[in-house]
Design a protein around this ligand. Structure first.
Ligand code: GLA
Length: 681
C-alpha cells in the first residue's frame, strides 16, 4: 500500500469542513454517559472521534470470545448524531490473556529481562503470534464495519514504538539476522560493513550475530551493528503496521492512517509516511520548554513535509495539561486555540485531541480532555465550544495547502541515529538541537521551513540547512552539491558528512562528503568542554566545537581568535557553480548566529509571508487555486497591528488594511487581491 495523496481530502469532503474532536473511549463509561457525550459533542461542534484505540480487551475478553455488540451501538449512536468515526483496529495494547497465552510475544529489554503486561504496548514487534492476532482483529473489524456509514477513516494501532521501540528477544534476534542477510547477502559483506576486524568481532556463522544487547561494562557495542539495529527495529514496526494495513486494504475503501509522534527518534517516518493514506500526528506541548509554541510549529512543519505538502491531520494534542511530564503545566487561557490553529495554519485539516472525556481511573486520569473532570462549567469546556465555532468558520480552508516556504532543513533519521551513537568526539553534538536552533531562528522571523529527506527534491527552495548530518550517502552528497551548483544556497554545520551509510569515516580530511562543495578541509576535531568558549575574529564567542581546518577554495568569513584552534577558519563560504556553500564549524553565540541567519536569508531572498509583520506574530499562508488565507498568531502580551486586507473569518469582519490582534490572539484573513495562482517562491 502506498500513500494516497488525496486521503485527507476524502475525509474532509465527508465532514464538510475541518475535523474537530478526539479519542473517544466509551468503554470507560456507563451507557447513560454516552448519551450525554453525543449531546455535548454536538454542542461543541465535534464532527470526528477516534474510537476503539484501546478496546482489544473489551472486544475480545478472552482468546475465544468476540463481543463487538457494544461497538455496533457506539458507531450507530455516532452516525445517528452525525459524528463521523476514525475507527481504530484496537491493536494498540494486547490484553493480559494474550501475553499470558503467548509469553514469547512479550517485550524483552537489552539485559534480557522480560517486561510484564499491566501498562500498555508490552509486546515484541517481531512476534509472529502478535502479528497473527493483530491481523485477525483488524480483519474482523474491517469486515464488520467497512460499510458502516459513520466510518470515514481507519486508525491502525496507536503510536507505534512509543513504549517498545527495541525488543531484544530471541525472535527479534532471528528476524534481525534475516534482515541482515537480505541487506548484505553474505557474512563477508556484513563483516566488512560492520568493521569487525576491530576488537576481534569477526563473525563466522550467522547464528553468532546478535542484537546489540547489554555488553561488557564501560564498553561500546559495534557502532554499525547499533545503527543497523535502529534501522531494523524501525522497519519491524513498519512491518507490523503493514501487517494490518494490508488486511484493511482487502476490505475497506476509507483512507488508512496511524498516528506519528513528531520528532520521534526510533521510527524513520520518511519511510512510514510512504505507507499511510493520511499523515497524522500527535503533538504535545513540553511544559519545560522555553518556547513550546515554536515546537508546535516545528512539529507541524515536519508533518506537512512528510505528507509531501499534502493536507495532513493533527490526531491528538491536549486541551490543557498532560499527565506524563514531571510537571504537567496547564495551558493558559487561549493557548489551546492558538496551538490548534498553528497546526491548521501549517496544513492540518483540523484539530483532534486526546481525549474526549477525562478518565476517572487509570494512568491518564489527570490528563486534560475536552470534557474535564469539572464538567461543562469550566474554562476548558467554554474554550472547547469556542474552538469548535472557530473551526466551523474555517471550513472553507479545507483542501487548501500551505504556501511553500523558501527554506528546507535536511532531517534524516539515519543521520540522527548515527550522530547519537556512543564514543564520539563530543556527546553535546546532535542534529536535534541543531535543527531546533535553525528552526527557531526562522520561526522568530516568521519564515517557514520544510524538512527535507537527504534524497528529496530540493528544487524550489532557496536556502537549505544541513544541521549536523553526520552520516550521508554518496547520492545525497552529490545531489546537494548539484543543487548548489544550479544556484542554491546551502549552509552545512559541523559534524556533517563525516561517515558513509555504514558509519565508516570518509578519509582524506573532514567532512569527506562535502569537502569539495564547501572548499574546506578539516584535519582534526577539537571539541570544547562544557562551559568553555573561544573568541572569533569578529569579536563574537563560540562554544561546543572547534576544528583545525583550512580553506581550499572557500573564503573565511570568521576565524578562531583564541583557543586551541586560533587562526583556523570558523565560518566560511564557497562559491560553487551558480550557488554558495556555507560552512559553520562551531556553535556561534546568539548575536553572531542571528546575524548569520539574516545574511543567509538576505542572500537567498527569503522573506516572511507578509511585509511589516510586528515581532512575535507568526504568519502562515494557505492557498488554493482561487483564494489565499493568512493565519496570524500573536505570541506576545501586547495588542499588535498587522497590515492586511480582506475578511477575517473567526470574527467574521471585513479588514480594511489594518488588523488589530489582541495579546495571544489568532486571526485568519481571507486575503483580497493576492496573486494566488503563482506558487512561491
Ligand atoms: C498519546 C497516546 C494517547 C495518550 C496520550 C497522552 O498520544 O496516543 O493514548 O496516552 O498520548 O498524552
Amino acid at each position: 500500500m502506498t500513500r494516497r495523496p488525496q486521503g485527507m481530502q476524502e475525509v474532509t469532503a465527508r465532514l464538510g469542513g475541518l475535523a474537530y474532536g478526539g479519542d473517544y473511549n466509551p468503554e470507560q463509561w456507563p451507557r447513560e454517559v454516552w448519551l450525554d457525550d453525543v449531546r455535548l459533542m454536538r454542542e461543541a461542534g465535534v464532527n470526528l472521534v477516534t474510537v476503539g484505540v484501546f478496546s482489544w480487551a473489551r472486544l475480545q475478553p478472552g482468546p475465544d470470545r468476540w463481543e463487538p455488540g457494544w461497538l455496533d451501538d457506539v458507531l450507530d449512536l455516532m452516525h445517528e448524531h452525525e459524528i463521523a468515526v476514525d475507527l481504530a483496529t484496537a491493536t494498540a495494547s494486547p490484553p493480559p490473556w494474550f501475553t499470558t497465552r503467548f509469553p514469547a510475544a512479550a517485550l524483552v529489554d537489552e539485559s534480557g529481562a522480560r517486561r510484564g503486561h499491566g501498562a500498555r504496548q508490552a509486546y515484541c514487534p517481531s512476534s509472529s503470534d502478535l502479528r497473527a492476532a493483530c491481523a485477525d482483529l483488524a480483519g474482523r473489524l474491517a469486515q464488520r464495519y467497512a460499510e458502516h456509514p459513520a466510518v470515514v477513516l481507519w486508525h491502525v494501532s496507536n503510536e507505534y514504538a512509543c513504549h517498545n521501540w527495541h525488543c531484544y528477544c530471541d525472535a527479534s534476534a532471528t528476524a534481525f539476522r534475516a534482515w541482515l542477510e537480505a541487506r548484505y547477502g553474505s557474512l563477508e559483506a556484513l563483516n566488512q560493513a560492520w568493521g569487525t576486524a576491530f576488537w576481534s568481532q569477526g563473525y563466522g556463522d550467522w547464528a553468532e550475530v546478535l542484537p546489540p544487547r547489554a555488553v561488557s561494562y564501560n564498553s561500546f557495542a559495534n557502532p554499525t551493528q547499533q545503527l543497523d539495529w535502529w534501522r531494523f527495529s524501525s522497519g519491524e514496526h513498519l512491518a507490523l503496521y503493514r501487517n494490518e494495513a494490508d488486511v484493511l486494504a482487502a476490505h475497506v475503501t476509507q483512507p488508512v492512517t496511524t498516528n506519528f509522534m513528531s520528532f520521534f527518534k526510533p521510527l524513520d517516518y520518511w519511510e512510514f509516511a510512504e505507507h499511510v493514506d493520511v499523515v497524522s500526528n500527535d503533538d504535545y506541548l513540553i511544559g519545560a520548554d522555553p518556547r513550546p509554541d515554536e515546537l508546535t510549529a516545528m512539529s507541524a512543519d515536519l508533518m506537512r513535509s512528510l505528507a509531501a505538502g499534502d493536507p495532513w491531520l493533527l490526531m491528538e494534542h491536549s486541551t490543557s495539561a498532560v499527565n506524563w511530564q514531571p510537571h504537567n503545566v496547564a495551558k493558559a487561557p487561549g493557548q489551546m486555540a492558538r496551538n490548534s490553529l498553528q497546526h491548521v495554519a501549517r496544513g492540518s485539516e483540523g484539530a483532534l485531541f486526546f481525549q474526549w472525556r477525562a478518565s476517572r481511573a487509570g494512568a491518564e486520569k489527570f490528563h486534560s480532555a475536552l470534557v474535564p473532570h469539572a464538567g461543562t462549567d469550566s474554562r476548558v469546556w467554554r474554550e472547547v465550544v469556542e474552538l469548535g465555532g472557530h473551526l466551523k468558520a474555517l471550513a472553507e480552508v479545507a483542501g487548501s495547502t500551505v504556501e511553500r516556504p523558501g527554506v528546507a532543513i535536511v532531517h534524516d533519521w539515519q543521520a540522527w541515529w548515527g550522530a547519537e551513537l556512543d564514543s564520539h568526539p563530543s556527546r553535546d553534538v546532535s542534529p536535534a538541537p541543531q535543527a531546533r536552533r535553525w528552526y527557531s531562528a526562522l520561526w522568530s522571523r516568521s519564515v517557514g521551513a520544510d524538512f527535507a529527506h537527504p534524497h528529496g527534491d530540493l528544487d524550489g527552495y532557496r536556502l537549505v540547512v544541513v544541521p549536523c548530518q553526520y552520516l550521508v550517502d554518496d547520492a545525497a552528497a552529490a545531489a546537494l552539491a548539484a543543487w548548489v551548483e544550479r544556484g542554491g544556497i546551502a549552509v552545512v554545520t559541523y559534524f556533517s558528512g563525516i561517515v558513509d551509510e555504514h558509519d565508516h569515516v570518509r578519509l582524506g580530511g573532514y567532512p569527506g562528503a562535502h569537502r569539495d562543495l564547501l572548499g574546506v578541509r578539516i584535519e582534526e576535531f577539537v571539541p570544547l568542554l562544557p562551559g568553555s568558549a573561544v573568541e572569533l575574529s569578529d569579536g563574537s564567542r563560540a562554544t561546543t566545537w572547534t576544528e583545525h581546518a583550512r580553506t581550499t577554495t572557500a573564503e573565511a568569513v570568521t576565524t578562531y581568535a583564541s583557543g586551541p584552534t586560533a587562526g583556523s577558519p570558523a565560518v566560511t563560504v564557497n562559491r560553487h557553480g551558480r550557488g554558495q556553500a556555507w560552512y559553520v564549524g562551531t556553535e556561534l553565540d546568539d548575536d553572531a548566529f542571528a546575524s548569520l541567519v539574516d545574511t543567509l536569508l538576505g542572500a537567498a531572498d527569503v522573506v516572511a509571508p507578509l511585509a511589516g509583520l510586528p515581532p512575535g506574530v507568526e504568519a502562515v499562508r494557505r492557498r488554493d487555486d482561487a483564494t489565499s488565507w493568512l493565519f496570524l498568531v500573536n505570541h506576545t502580551d501586547a495588542s499588535v497591528e498587522v497590515p492586511v486586507e480582506g475578511h477575517e473569518l473567526l470574527g467574521d469582519l471585513a479588514v480594511a488594511g489594518r488588523l488589530t490582534l489582541r495579546p495571544g490572539g489568532v486571526a485568519v484573513v481571507r486575503e483580497t487581491d493576492r496573486d494566488v495562482g503563482a506558487s512561491s517562491p
